[in-house]
Design a protein around this ligand. Structure first.
Ligand code: NAD
Length: 445
């Protein structure tokens, strides 16, 4: 195995990632079924171990600033009433207003919101955005609601959260089960009560009511940009690089098409029903993504079909898990043949799998960096809203490229300077920024 040279020009001699020193850690004995808050705290502790951060600040960051629980009464279409529980966890705002999605899902819980709000703090900090972290949601299966019921639920939820959110306080965004239309209702309900139009109270809105061009495709685009940089870091030629993408949805399809445009061979993509494989490379614009036509990915006329499990073990250069969390586990990590993993989904790699990849010298570029294009363009949207000035799509793409490169460079510097994984390097960048801000602001007695 040769030593990776980040400055190497791409040529026929491909460099391979080298194994970083693996220190024994008790946490690896832990079960893979870790809650979001446990994962977030474990990552915080790992990053803190590399930094000279005041214990009091780390302790503070193990906890959210506030968690709000609200009851949302809804009049169903048949005239009956139903009660739903909603949450908003606000983790940290030392660098700016809280920022994070609202999800509608039956599994939403207080603990999940707290864990995900911590992730948002790190994601915003690694991107150097002037935001802190938050997350919220309603315990509901949106498939059980009509469009009118979803709108009424959203408007009432906005009203219940109104005292604790706002363009300079806490700015929600879409997440699982919510979309631009939900954000438009949310913004409208908030604005009606405030007596003025406040587009900056949420991001991810349709462009006609203050949304940004390029917002929906931004997470996938950033995964593509970060994968491109990682490919370059290892001295590979993108045109000789084979890529498999699990989950050809919003994130996966946009990442795959971005890399396809650069000349990479996207040999396999999948949806929930299965994967398609072409060793010569698929035409990713011809394959419709899940959102365009459900079932079209697995039903596409490709040379071979595979299961989602087979896709994860394909012998490719880059694997992009972009479907759901916890797909790379202690069960399959030893069988993954990719040379590089770039996380498109949130939390696709369990801590056990992370440990195995570290031992096997398979670099994993983490979600908080790779898919952060979404929150970054949300920041652009917020800037456009508070300045009442729209940016062109070209400007959004240019600024996203700049921000992603800046973040990539910060993480790469830590990765090169320390004996850590890419994930740890990203958390180290994030924690140092948050801790420095806490230090500078001091503690209110
Ligand atoms: P999406 O619904 O647009 O696409 C998901 C894709 O994954 C679909 O092709 C679906 O068929 C497939 N899929 C679903 N369940 C699967 C399973 N069990 N096995 C294999 N494939 C499966 O979703 P998305 O918005 O692209 O989000 C994907 C991931 O990226 C999620 O983890 C999400 O949290 C994360 N993410 C999304 C955004 C965003 O703004 N869209 C931003 C950051 C992170």
């Amino acid at each position: 195995m040769t030593t990776a040279d980040p400055t190497a020009e791409s040529d026929a001699q491909r460099t391979e990632p080298t194994a970083k020193t693996v220190e024994p850690e008790a946490e690896n004995a832990k079960s893979e079924a870790e809650s979001a808050v446990e994962t977030a705290r474990r990552q915080l502790d790992r990053a803190a171990a590399h930094l000279d951060v005041d214990d009091g600040i780390v302790d503070r960051l193990r906890h959210p600033t506030s968690v709000y629980r609200v009851t949302i009464p809804l009049e169903r279409d048949d005239g009956t009433r139903a009660m739903y529980t909603g949450y908003r966890a606000q983790h940290d705002s030392v660098r700016g207003p809280y920022k994070g999605g609202l999800r509608y899902h039956p599994d939403v819980s207080e603990d999940e919101c707290i864990g995900l709000s911590m992730w948002m703090t790190w994601k915003c900090a690694v991107m150097d955005l002037p935001f802190g972290g938050a997350k919220g949601g309603v315990v509901v299966d949106p498939k059980d609601l009509s469009a009118a019921e979803k709108e009424r639920l959203t408007r009432r939820f906005a009203e219940e959260l109104r005292p604790v959110i706002g363009p300079m306080t806490d700015i929600p965004a879409p997440d699982m089960g919510t979309d631009p239309e939900t954000m438009a209702w949310f913004m409208d309900a908030y604005s009606m009560q405030e007596g003025e139009t406040e587009p900056g109270v949420v991001t991810g809105k349709p462009p006609v009511v203050g949304g940004s061009y390029g917002r929906e495709k931004a997470p996938g685009r950033s995964v593509g940009i970060v994968a491109r940089e990682a490919i370059d870091y290892y001295g590979w030629d993108v045109e000789d690089t084979t890529v498999a993408v699990q989950g050809f949805g919003s994130v996966g399809a946009n990442a795959a098409r971005y890399l396809d445009d650069l000349g990479a061979q996207i040999v396999a993509v999948s949806d929930v029903d299965g994967a398609i494989y072409d060793p010569d490379g698929l035409d990713t614009t011809d394959v419709e993504d899940h959102d365009e036509t459900p079932g079209m990915v697995s039903g596409y006329d490709a040379p071979e079909t595979l299961s989602n499990a087979d896709l994860l073990e394909l012998d490719v250069d880059v694997l992009i898990p972009a479907a759901i969390g916890n797909v790379l586990t202690g069960e399959n990590a030893a069988d993954v043949s990719a040379e590089l993993i770039v996380e498109g989904a949130n939390g696709p790699t369990t801590s056990t799998a992370d440990r195995i990849f570290e031992e096997r010298a398979i670099p994993v570029v983490p979600d908080i960096l790779a898919n952060a294009g979404g929150v970054t363009v949300s920041y652009f949207e917020w800037l456009q809203d508070i300045n009442r000035r729209k940016w062109s799509l070209e400007r959004v793409h240019e600024e996203l490229e700049t921000e992603m490169l800046r973040a990539w460079e910060s993480v790469r510097e830590e990765y090169d300077a320390r004996d850590v994984t890419w994930r740890d390097a990203a958390y180290i960048v994030a924690l140092s920024r948050v801790a420095e801000a806490h230090d500078a602001r001091g503690l209110w007695p």
